[in-house]
Design a protein. Structure first.
Length: 564
């Protein structure tokens, strides 16, 4: 193995691969990512994608994208397309190696005939309940099916008639003949084929028998020459069946390796559970920005770089563990901090009238997008307009401020960021006593927010010119579930009971700098003191922008690490 192909990060999987290359079991590395097209990919899949494509890249090998489309009841073309979009967005390319398990249906069928002829498979007439009863338990062995000793000729005839569509669903299955007394329940004559009279999104009505995942997975890997079939840990007990299929048929034997799946706090990682959230209307769609799906995270403002970095940080292990959502958010903040342009946006506007500023006057300030992280001469800038009436944050004013409140108050002077010093002279209230307007004066000598006499002010406020402001809707997101473990419920409870009722808050009257009227999907902004935002890719329209808050500015994970 050349130096440029040495893995960038060693783990137990790369150690196994190194041994295989050293002892000659394999001479190359060929992995695959095998999603089932029954839902959208989520952050847990991203870990697997990064692992499979990353390992192949590090060893100078190849990675296939193969859809496990063996259950036509739950699969849709929409999912096939979204999965491909997500993998490309994440930064990986399968080139010309796009495959489907359905590509191999005919070959799998021929292999099934071969198993029957070897006396290693039989057609069983037990129904679902009977199969479960005959299977036994973890402490009790199973019982042989009464149909286990059918002749090879009868099994061949029945299986061919199953394929021809002569039987109803549930009336027959093809089962492997292994060992009903095995301590591994997966080896107790597992079902290899079942009857499904359902339309398939690729093969149409050509087939009415479909292979089970364990059988299709092993054979697809072998057919494609996959050297290392990397799976999540729940398939560890299935590996003996994987090996049995390949050994019994005497075909190319891929190596299955299992790693612990990603468990992330405050969310769920089951496509079935995520589909439930969609169908019951708890979220708007699979790409709702509160969802852990890659499409939802992309819409919310996550970057592929942040997700790849996160996958690298958490690494791979054999033991299950929970990863704090705060770590993922910390990685996103680090990424957005380097790329997000700083702009001024007022979320809860309070109007300020600068009485001694001419009503017909306008001026602009050349303001850098990155005022602190880069040298001003190198930072790109934009023109920020200023006029007599501006908006500030309502929380930046108090009539009777406490001792450590340094923002605007009656008689107090503050700095308007990059503009002028202003002093509050009057407060206007409505009939209910609510403050609706402030009157201020400004110091013309403090242009650019710098005082010529070097007097100090302790408060600096962001602002937006009322005359030039654009209105926008802001969507402020929080975790989808209130508890780190959504399944922490009483015996009679449901994980849905832990849905966060405040996971989405909508602001409809935000005032934005006019430059944000030109924002496009895929750009990232830091709304000063508010968080990181991006333009919503679904609901934004010309003249009616919608911005999603990707993440707040408060880094709880970093604080957690400091306190340890």
């Amino acid at each position: 193995m050349s130096e440029e192909n040495i893995p960038s990060r060693s783990n137990f999987i790369t150690e196994i691969i190194d041994q295989h290359l050293e002892n000659g079991r394999f001479t190359n590395v060929h992995t695959r990512f095998p999603p089932e097209p029954n839902g959208y990919l989520h952050i847990g899949h991203a870990k697997s994608i990064c692992l499979n494509f990353g390992i192949a890249r590090d060893y100078g090998g190849l990675t296939n994208l193969r859809f496990d489309d063996t259950n036509p009841i739950t699969e849709e073309v929409e999912y096939v397309e979204s999965i491909q979009d997500d993998i490309r967005w994440l930064g990986f390319d399968w080139e010309d190696r796009l495959y489907f398990a359905s590509d191999y249906f005919a070959q799998m069928y021929d292999y099934a005939l071969q198993l029957i002829k070897l006396g290693k498979a039989f057609v069983c007439d037990l129904n679902v309940d009977e199969l479960r009863h005959y299977r036994g338990t973890l402490t009790e062995p199973g019982k042989n099916s009464p149909y286990r000793e059918r002749s090879i000729e009868e099994n061949l005839d029945l299986f061919q008639r199953m394929k021809a569509g002569e039987f109803q669903e549930g009336s027959h299955t093809l089962r492997a003949k292994i060992d009903m007394a095995s301590p591994n329940l997966n080896l107790r004559d597992p079902v290899l084929y079942r009857i499904l009279h359902a339309h398939h999104h690729r093969t149409g009505d050509e087939w009415c028998i479909y292979p089970m995942y364990d059988y299709a997975h092993a054979l697809s890997d072998s057919i494609e020459g996959i050297t290392h079939s990397i799976c999540t840990l729940e398939f560890e007990d299935h590996r003996p069946l994987y090996d049995w299929c390949l050994q019994t048929l005497g075909i190319f034997h891929s190596q299955q390796i299992e790693f612990a799946r990603l468990n992330l706090t405050h969310t769920v990682m089951s496509k079935r559970k995520l589909l439930q959230l969609v169908r019951e209307g708890h979220v708007s769609s699979w790409n709702d920005p509160r969802m852990p799906t890659l499409s939802g995270m992309r819409r919310r403002g996550y970057t592929p770089e942040a997700i790849r970095t996160f996958a690298d940080i958490i690494g791979v292990a054999k033991a299950h563990s929970n990863v704090d959502m705060e770590l993922l958010e910390h990685v996103l903040r680090d990424d957005l901090n380097a790329r997000a342009r700083r702009v001024m946006v007022v979320v809860e506007p309070l109007k300020v009238i600068i009485g001694n500023y001419p009503s017909d006057k306008e001026e602009t300030f050349d303001v850098p997008y990155f005022p602190s992280s880069r040298a001003l001469d190198d930072s790109p800038t934009r023109q920020v307009p200023f006029s007599r009436e501006i908006f500030i944050e309502r929380s930046d004013f108090m009539e009777e401020p406490p001792s450590k409140f340094y923002r605007l108050a009656p008689g107090r002077e503050v700095r308007l960021m990059n503009a002028y010093y202003i002093t509050c002279t009057d407060v206007v209230k409505d009939a209910n006593g609510e403050v609706v307007e402030l009157h201020c004066t400004y110091d013309p000598e403090s242009r650019g927010g710098m005082s010529p006499d070097e007097r100090k002010v302790r408060g600096t406020l962001h602002w937006v010119s009322a005359r030039h402001a654009i209105n926008a809707e802001l969507r402020l997101y929080d975790t989808l579930f209130t508890l780190p473990n959504p399944f922490d419920v009483p015996d009679d409870g449901d994980f849905m009971d832990n849905i966060n009722p405040n996971s989405l808050q909508v602001v409809t009257d935000a005032k934005l700098e006019p430059v944000l009227a030109e924002a496009v999907v895929g750009e990232f902004f830091q709304f000063m003191r508010q968080g990181y935002f991006c333009l919503d890719s679904v609901d934004s329209q010309a003249g009616a922008p919608v911005f999603n808050r990707s993440i707040s500015l408060v880094d709880t994970w970093a604080k957690m690490q400091q306190n340890r």
